[in-house]
Design a protein around this ligand. Structure first.
Ligand code: N2P
Length: 357
């Protein structure tokens, strides 16, 4: 071949390779042809490596957005501006979303990994037959405290937090049901109480906690505790597990007066534009080995029975995060109290938050 022909051939082959390479990149990016899904999840609630694996294995790109409360998530989905394909409400918000016709029924044929979920977590009253939701993580609301600072066993229940010794010592997770629930439980009332007198009393009780409240915060609560910015935190269980991993001065207590047992779930909102992609994502997350990897990262409790085999016993046998049946029996699951009652809760909670000293 003449040199010029070499050159042409070289240029042609190089162009072809570039073109093919760009195509591959595009696919890896999940651009044309392969689709994308928009996942709406709580902050700090997935192993980024799991997301990467999903994208690699399915060629479906994940656009990922986060929220920090059921109420914020619900408002955004109601409003309908973003075409979310998957969302992660807790049980009482699943009920609300079903009632408001915001969800697409799941196609169980596309979720073969549902068989991995412990039947204990299936068919719960908020969604009989799991028509709309499948379990992701579960946990409790409780108290993380620094036993070196306060003394081992210093905290047993909600009412310990009102001790005048704990001035400026308590961080609260910013959640309306969580904080109002603490007020209600501390008075011996139900977390689902709708008696206005009880709710007002709970709010007054919270006001009395104000001198001890250092701050009301979001996901950063775990870093603040682990860094010993405060010795006490009202937190979700998995956040406490992470704090303890970071700082072994901490312990986690399920309050003796009772507390909330919650279940977070995957749903497909009616805003979805890629329903098949959403099912593929949920089914991937239900895979035993994926769920185990995700559980080790996120530190919440997994409802995936098959995943337990992949997890170290230090995790699965820790009664603080996998409490026994007897403990579970004295816990309460939030019920959907309806829009009006939730507004009442929110108003009282807001008043408590705003009028702190
Ligand atoms: C994760 C939040 C846990 C959700 N940052 C509690 N339902």
């Amino acid at each position: 071949m003449r040199p010029l022909v070499y050159l042409y051939t070289f240029v042609a082959v190089a162009a072809l390779l570039l073109w093919a390479g760009a195509g591959a990149l595009e696919r890896a990016d999940g651009l044309p042809g392969t689709g994308a899904i928009i996942v709406y999840n709580w902050g700090d609630y997935i192993d980024p490596d799991v997301l990467r694996r999903f994208e690699e294995e399915t060629r479906i790109r994940v656009i990922y957005q986060t929220f920090d409360s059921n109420e914020a998530m619900l408002a955004k989905i109601r409003q309908g501006g973003t075409p979310f394909d998957v969302a992660v409400p807790s049980e009482y918000t699943v009920s609300r979303m079903i009632a408001e016709d915001l969800l697409i029924p799941l196609d169980h044929a596309k979720l073969p990994n549902l068989k991995n979920i412990d039947p204990l977590f299936l068919n719960l009253p908020f969604d009989p037959g799991n028509r709309y939701s499948v379990p992701y993580f579960w946990g409790t609301v409780g108290i993380a405290y620094n036993k070196d600072a306060l003394g081992d066993g210093a905290i047993r229940g909600w009412n310990d937090l009102w001790d005048p010794d704990y001035r400026d010592s308590v961080l609260l997770i910013d959640g309306v049901r969580e904080v109002m629930g603490m007020g209600l439980n501390s008075l011996g009332h139900s977390l689902n109480d709708t008696d206005l007198e009880h709710l007002t009393a709970a709010k007054a009780k919270l006001d009395a906690l104000t001198p001890n409240v250092r701050a009301i915060v979001g996901d950063e609560i775990k870093f603040l505790l682990a860094n010993e910015e405060a010795p006490i935190g009202v937190v979700w269980s998995g956040d406490a597990a992470e704090v303890i991993d970071e700082n072994d001065a901490f312990d986690y207590v399920i309050p003796e007066e009772g507390t909330n047992l919650w279940f977070d779930t995957f749903v497909i909102p009616k805003t979805a534009t890629n329903v098949d992609g959403a099912h593929a994502f949920i089914n991937f997350m239900l895979d035993a080995e994926v769920a185990a990897q995700n559980t080790e990262y996120v530190r919440y409790s997994t409802p995936n029975r098959e995943a337990l085999a992949y997890l170290p016993p230090e995790i699965t046998e820790d009664q603080r995060f996998y409490p026994d049946a007897e403990t579970l029996r004295r816990l309460e699951v939030y019920r959907d109290l309806g829009r009006t009652m939730l507004s009442t809760y929110s108003e009282l909670y807001l008043e408590f938050k705003m009028h702190r000293k």
